[in-house]
Design a protein around this ligand. Structure first.
Ligand SMILES: C[S@@+](CC[C@H](N)C(=O)[O-])C[C@H]1O[C@@H](n2cnc3c(N)ncnc32)[C@H](O)[C@@H]1O
Length: 294
């Protein structure tokens, strides 16, 4: 352990002994914050917390974003230590967000964050983790980096350790474009070309659903945000649930548990059924609990 890690560990032990910073969840006004602080954290607690004791575990969050879920896992579910990594730096907003939404003066020492280059290996940088989690991130990872990243994450885990991974929406599902905030037509991205889709997004001037507006929106402004989310759409890796499981197994994980959810907000267009299996078109979410073999 280097000096920085030792200091962080000491600060974490101090916090465990003398208590976490105070917070008031009655102050929450932001729906994005609320859905991560409650829903996402509760799902992680159910899946990962059902397999290991979060209160005594060291955890890695792959694709932590703004870190709200990690904050909730510490405050609401007693997680002991979470290291969040991401290719962006949205987590630098967390102290301000936690102040605005929870009245916190500081974020817990149990949290630490790191920016990485896409695909940069993490194994060997820190002692092995008890658990890893990843929420709405793996659909954004470049396809050729999926296997190396999953192998690297496996190498970051203790033997017998668990990795909980969630993706929603999956690409071929009704709103798998991640563009629903601007386009309510189900499976639209599979029926028109990119130019036509962009025209719909560009022309949209309605309100955005508050739980779909993240804290990056203010940085981009309305037009910039449209360009940002459309680029994200173009870069989606189009992974299906079967492909994800197959790559995870190839990376050396065992599947401890999985759940696939289906969503059919309107009858699937016949034309699409001629090109894609119904199951792929209706499967919008996967929860996957992986385990590094002992
Ligand atoms: C939709 S956001 C989800 C963030 C967070 N998990 C949440 O629930 O709010 C996807 C995140 O994955 C990150 N990401 C994309 N590719 C990545 C990669 N190769 N390595 C690490 N993070 C990545 C993005 O920067 C982004 O923060």
């Amino acid at each position: 352990m280097n000096r920085g890690s030792r200091m962080r560990r000491l600060a974490q032990l101090h916090e465990r002994r003398f208590g976490l910073p105070a917070y008031n969840d009655g102050l929450i006004t932001d729906e994005w914050f609320r859905s991560h602080f409650h829903y996402a954290a509760d799902v992680v607690q159910q899946w990962l917390g059902g397999a290991l004791d979060l209160k005594n575990a060291r955890l890695l969050q792959f694709g932590c974003g703004d870190g709200i879920t990690d904050l909730a896992l510490v405050l609401r579910h007693g997680a002991n230590a979470i290291h969040g990594i991401d290719v962006r730096q949205e987590y630098t907003k967390l102290p301000r967000i936690a102040h605005e939404q929870l009245g916190m003066q500081a974020i817990p020492k149990a949290l630490s964050f790191q920016t990485i280059e896409p695909g940069a290996p993490l194994a060997g940088q820190a002692p092995l983790y008890d658990g890893i989690m990843s929420w709405s991130t793996f659909e954004h990872v470049q396809r050729d980096q999926l296997l190396p990243i999953l192998k690297d994450l496996r190498a970051c885990l203790k033997p017998g350790g668990y990795f909980f991974l969630q993706i929603e929406p999956l690409f071929y599902s009704a709103y798998g474009s991640h563009l629903r905030r601007y386009d309510e037509i189900p499976w639209h991205h599979l029926q028109v070309d990119e130019e036509a889709l962009w025209q719909v997004i560009e022309a949209y001037d309605g309100a955005l659903s508050p739980d779909e507006v993240d804290f990056g929106f203010a940085d981009f402004g309305p037009a910039g945000y449209k360009r940002f989310v459309f680029k994200e759409y173009q870069e989606l890796n189009r992974l299906t649930a079967d492909e994800l499981v197959a790559i995870a197994v190839e990376a050396g994980f065992g599947v401890a548990r999985e759940e696939r959810r289906h969503y059919e907000p309107a009858p699937v267009p016949q034309a699409l059924l001629q090109h894609y299996p119904r199951d792929i078109l209706t499967n919008n979410e996967i929860f996957l609990l992986l385990q590094r073999p002992v």
